[in-house]
Design a protein around this ligand. Structure first.
Ligand code: HEC
Length: 109
């Protein structure tokens, strides 16, 4: 028989693993995301830097969602590992809101 602590522990573990999978672009703070994007991403993603030049318009809304939920910056996993889930969600929201097929596509940021 499993004791109550084991059951509660399993329930929490399941809740956490579900929570991190369902990370569609909603509920993030795009203003904070824009600030974080400039701070955390632009250094490597501007002209003449290590990564390709990137703007929100580089991808479509669904491509950004896929990037943040599946790819997770596999070219350099340490980049995403260094950021909190909340910060990543905010950055995802900013990029999604201004994606190529969004209402307000943006090359700035
Ligand atoms: C330490 C440098 C560095 C930082 C910081 C960094 N990246 Fe990257 N990123 C790279 C490199 C290198 C690649 C692989 C080469 C490429 O595709 O540009 C890459 C690849 C990517 C790609 C794939 C490009 C494509 O066309 O599919 C995306 C999207 C991306 N990064 C987004 C981000 C975001 C968003 C951030 C901020 C959270 C970020 N990167 C921060 C270096 C960095």
């Amino acid at each position: 028989m499993m004791n109550i602590y084991v059951k509660v522990g399993i329930a929490i573990a399941i809740a956490f693993s579900l929570g991190s999978q369902v990370m569609a672009a909603e509920g993030g703070n795009p203003k904070k995301g824009k600030h974080l994007y400039k701070k955390e991403c632009k250094a490597c993603h501007s002209a003449n830097s290590e990564g390709k030049e990137l703007t929100p318009m580089t991808k479509t809304m669904s491509q950004w969602d896929r990037f943040f939920t599946r790819d997770m910056h596999k070219a350099k996993p340490a980049v995403f590992e260094a950021l909190s889930e909340k910060d990543l969600k905010d950055i995802q929201q900013f990029l999604y809101d201004h994606a190529a097929d969004s209402d307000q596509p943006a090359t700035c940021g």
